[in-house]
Ligand binder design. Structure first.
Ligand code: HSE
Length: 310
């Protein structure tokens, strides 16, 4: 074990799928969770203390079932070492169960915190493989770890990760309702099989999206954000999806999609229209008596970072 006794890890929120890229593309956003790990004997019988702050702190478990701690433990199982006693301070900035990758921040944060305390035994690529295994799909954990917009594809030996250039004129706006939607519930409504036509539709639109994001080409972006693999099934879980979509498009969005598994809705627009799009989305939701917050964000290009504190 190294001499590091405390490390603070900052992990960005993520938006996965971006419409046609179900389970394979995601982007890191400028919204963060902060996790501080302090290696200490709490008392003889207690190996863990967790303290959570932030508006949704009361919803986060502070026992061994905590996802940050679960990832921390899985790291030490992976390297076949006994985990140290640990105090974890969690400062929540990413809303929970809203489709903004809060679970990915916990998994990536737990693994990085453990790796730093263990003396950086694993490489970033190994942390990434472990994070994908824990989460079950790559599209949140990869951008949370590496930053930017990332496409993940399997290869014969693991994963190929590709960074997708994101034109700075393409602005993400997220409208976050105050209700939650669990990823497992949102995955259960998806069909096990899809038609060849739908597969071709998504293949073409994902290709168009990648070029649209890179160039900022407005016509390509307007067409590219459509999807036939998950959104048609999921939008019924998000009341008012269609009216909010219409409001966002009327205010100048290129398109609107479900962020991750939802219920947050993501619009892509340009700088000139971003404020109007934000106001239109939140007003529409509030007119239907759903409390929502809206954020105009940027792409975080750095990904998870850690600062050793002692
Ligand atoms: N790709 C995943 C899904 C992201 O849409 O279910 C949610 O974690």
């Amino acid at each position: 074990m190294s001499v590091v006794s405390s490390v603070c890890v900052t992990v960005p929120a993520t938006t996965a799928n971006l419409g046609p890229g179900f389970d394979c593309i995601g982007a890191a956003l400028t919204l963060y969770n902060e996790l501080k790990f302090t290696h200490q004997e709490i008392n003889q019988n207690q190996k863990l203390a967790i303290n959570v702050t932030g508006t949704e702190a009361a919803k986060v478990s502070t026992d061994e079932s905590n996802l940050v701690y679960q990832a921390f433990i899985k790291f030490f199982q992976h390297i076949q070492q006994t985990p140290p006693s640990i105090k974890i301070d969690i400062k929540l900035g990413v809303p929970l169960a809203r489709g903004l990758g809060s679970s990915a921040t916990a998994i990536v944060g737990g693994l990085i915190g453990a790796n730093v305390l263990a003396g950086e035994i694993l490489t970033t690529a190994q942390i990434m493989e472990l994070a994908i295994k824990i989460e079950g799909h790559p599209d949140n954990v990869v951008p949370a770890l590496l930053g930017g917009c990332r496409l993940a594809a399997t290869s014969d030996i693991g994963w190929e990760i590709c960074d997708i250039p994101w034109n700075s004129e393409v602005v993400p706006v997220v409208a976050i309702p105050d209700f939650e939607l669990s990823t497992s519930e949102a995955r259960q409504v998806l069909p096990a099989q899809v038609s060849r036509g739908d597969a071709i539709f998504n293949t073409a639109h994902l290709g168009l999206l990648l070029r649209g994001l890179e160039t900022g080409n407005q016509d390509w972006l307007r067409a590219a954000l459509q999807d036939k693999l998950h959104q048609p099934y999921r939008k019924k879980l998000i009341n008012n999806y269609d009216v909010i979509n219409t409001a966002a498009l009327s205010a100048g969005a290129y398109g609107m999609v479900i962020s991750g598994a939802g219920p947050t809705l993501l619009a892509l627009t340009n700088t000139a229209n971003s404020q109007a799009v934000a106001i239109a989305m939140v007003s529409e939701w509030e007119s239907k008596e759903v409390k929502a917050q809206v954020r105009t964000l940027q792409i975080d290009n750095q990904g998870a970072r850690s600062v050793v504190q002692g």
